[in-house]
Design a protein around this ligand. Structure first.
Ligand code: SAH
Ligand code: SF4
Length: 381
């Protein structure tokens, strides 16, 4: 243990030590709503194929997509340009999934944290961050998270279940309610509750719909998936050529400390993680960022900064420093602005592109690592 703060060390939560080694592809999946699937679980290609099997032309799928994501229709009957017979067919097989807005907390900095209710009574949080020029949305990918990082509130929930692709894109649909007409959500960050690469298929499907011109039409360059470092999934992400940027939460430069902070490091250590990142071809359009949460007296010293420079040597990337957001009940501390600047300057001085993330929504517990919802009992049982 390398933490200088005894208080922090004493307060490490009790997660099963092997949490990260027990991940299986079949971990809890979202439940289906009766027999009818949420149409938002389908990518455009899947809907096109489904319709083609019933003798419908591809443009019908594009029409339905526009209704779902551009007009944000909640019923098939709203899709007036779609033939009644087709609307009936869709209605027979699917429902239009939507989220229940349970709360919307407005921060003094303009960001809004939503708590959305899911069909099974669970809840997730989503944060809308309007800027003067661009709007960013931070979406969740799981109810809770299995990874057990000791500095993160979401970890305290454990993993309840994955979100479906439909539940991921519905967060964007619902957030649009607060976007002024004529403005658009430009950036999507998969940095809310959950480990996106632990829910790989659904995240990739959701990205498809986000990028689709007839869906949300968001540029792939504006989508970032953040991972705590699931090495096989990172390799798969690169191999599959997923249309999104990758942010890797490194957070420590030595294995002993990283293992203390992020149990996933026991399974895939720093070297294995960086080796996976090196598999990204230099000509790739995927942009790679390393996130580094700065914890006072734990990982924010000049020696840590210098070691970070060495580790990342030869990897085309940038570093995003995140001064720790103290969630209630966790006893790490945020470094002083001077220490943050000192750390950043060491990186910059060695030619490493390093930015400091400005935390949005701190006053509404909406910043990185502060998202947590109650373990609502299952409404359907
Ligand atoms: N599970 C993914 C994405 C969600 S967390 C991941 O871990 O990458 C998004 C970012 O918030 C990660 O970089 C994580 O290290 C950081 N984070 C978690 N808790 C934090 C806290 N209390 N203060 C600041 N950043 C935090
Ligand atoms: Fe999960 Fe990310 Fe929080 Fe770690 S930091 S517990 S991976 S949400």
């Amino acid at each position: 243990m390398n933490m200088k703060s005894g208080a922090a060390a004493n307060q490490l939560p009790h997660y099963p030590p092997d949490v990260a080694t027990r991940l299986r592809p079949g971990d809890p999946q979202p439940r289906r709503d009766g027999v009818k699937d949420d149409i938002k679980n389908l990518t455009l290609d899947e809907l096109t194929a489904w319709l083609a099997a019933r003798g419908e032309k591809p443009f019908r799928a594009r029409q339905v997509f526009q209704w779902l994501y551009q007009h944000r229709a909640r019923e098939f009957d709203e899709m007036t340009s779609v033939a009644k017979s087709l609307r009936n067919l869709l209605h027979e097989h699917f429902h239009v999934g939507f989220l229940q807005r349970k709360a919307a907390l407005h921060s003094t900095d303009g960001s809004i944290k939503y708590m959305f209710g899911l069909a099974d009574g669970r809840e997730v949080e989503t944060v809308l961050m309007p800027g003067p020029e661009h709007i960013t949305l931070c979406v969740s990918t799981q109810v809770g998270c299995a990874m057990g990082c000791v500095f993160c509130m979401t970890a305290r929930m454990g993993l309840v279940r994955n979100l479906s692709a439909g539940e991921i894109v519905q967060q964007v649909v619902e957030a649009y309610t607060d976007v002024e007409p004529g403005r658009f959500i430009r950036n999507i960050v998969f940095m809310g509750m959950g480990e996106p690469l632990h829910n790989y298929e659904n995240v990739v499907k959701a990205i498809d719909t986000l990028c689709e011109d007839h869906g949300f039409g968001i540029s792939a360059r504006r989508i970032t998936v953040s991972t705590s470092g699931l090495v096989p999934a990172i390799k798969r992400f690169i191999r599959d050529g997923v249309r999104a940027n990758l942010a890797v939460s490194l957070n420590a430069v030595r294995d002993d400390l990283r293992t203390e902070l992020m149990p996933v490091n026991r399974r895939w250590n720093v070297a294995a993680l960086l080796d996976a990142c090196r598999e990204l071809p230099s000509e790739s359009r995927i942009r790679l960022t390393f996130e580094y949460v700065l914890l006072k007296g734990v990982n924010d010293g000049p020696a840590d900064a210098r070691r970070l420079v060495k580790l990342l040597h030869g990897i085309k990337c940038k570093v995003n420093l995140i001064p720790y957001n103290p969630p209630p009940g966790l006893s790490f501390e945020r470094p002083s602005p001077e220490n943050v600047r000192r750390f950043q300057e060491i990186l910059l001085g060695k030619g490493l592109l390093a930015t400091v993330r400005i935390s949005r929504g701190l006053d509404i517990q909406g910043a990185c690592g502060q998202l947590i919802t109650a373990q609502t009992p299952d409404a359907q049982h």
